[in-house]
Write a protein that binds this ligand. Structure first.
Ligand SMILES: CC(C)(COP(=O)(O)OP(=O)(O)OC[C@H]1O[C@@H](n2cnc3c(N)ncnc32)[C@H](O)[C@@H]1OP(=O)(O)O)[C@@H](O)C(=O)NCCC(=O)NCCS
Length: 155
């Protein structure tokens, strides 16, 4: 797969965390703790990237971690004011490209059953449903749909 370059997508840095936390809290009813996100920065097994707009404004971010030839996408979120502009797609494409480059054959993630925007985005990138985790999420309690993407088919 040809690598897409998005010059405004770059590795997350400690100075981004305040803005990332604002997006995290605006995006999820059970957001990650600040210290959990901080601990991902600089971890060699973690892909943590931000989409940066003008005046160093963080518009979105994505995290994924890798073990052997498998990866798990953790958080993907876009500032509510900047949604539906292709930023979520661009961040997801970066994770997939990074995975292909590093020999990661399969990506997984969980998504809320009712999260139509995210489910459509993942489907458009070749993620398919492989399972359901009953009552996986809190606030509100909801099933998670487990999605899988086989990146080897993209080489
Ligand atoms: C999911 C999310 C990251 C998408 O980011 P985005 O920048 O708005 O997405 P894009 O503009 O790249 O849209 C890509 C595709 O997603 C789907 N999509 C995005 N917003 C949608 C909406 N409101 N309704 C339905 N589908 C939507 C569409 O398939 C869209 O493709 P299209 O533009 O060709 O129709 C964003 O809505 C978000 O941050 N949501 C809250 C956090 C979240 O749920 N994260 C995922 C957790 S698993």
């Amino acid at each position: 797969m040809e690598r897409k370059t998005n010059p405004w997508i770059r590795p997350a840095a400690p100075g981004d965390i305040d803005q990332i936390m604002e997006i995290e809290q605006a995006s999820f009813s059970d957001p990650w703790q600040r210290r959990s996100l901080v601990s991902l920065i600089g971890n060699s097994r973690v892909f943590f990237a931000v989409a940066e707009g003008e005046a160093a404004r963080i518009l979105g971010y994505v995290t994924a971690w890798f073990v052997l030839n498998e990866g798990e996408i953790g958080n993907l979120a876009v500032d509510p004011q900047w949604r539906s502009l292709g930023i979520g797609s661009a961040l997801l494409d970066e994770v997939v490209s990074h995975s292909v480059e590093h020999g990661i054959e399969t990506l997984y993630l969980e998504v809320r059953d009712s999260n139509t925007p995210a489910r459509r985005l993942y489907a458009s990138r070749g993620f398919v449903e492989i399972g359901r985790r009953k009552r996986y999420y809190r606030q509100p309690v909801e099933d998670a749909i487990v999605l899988q993407c086989r990146t080897v088919t993209r080489r």
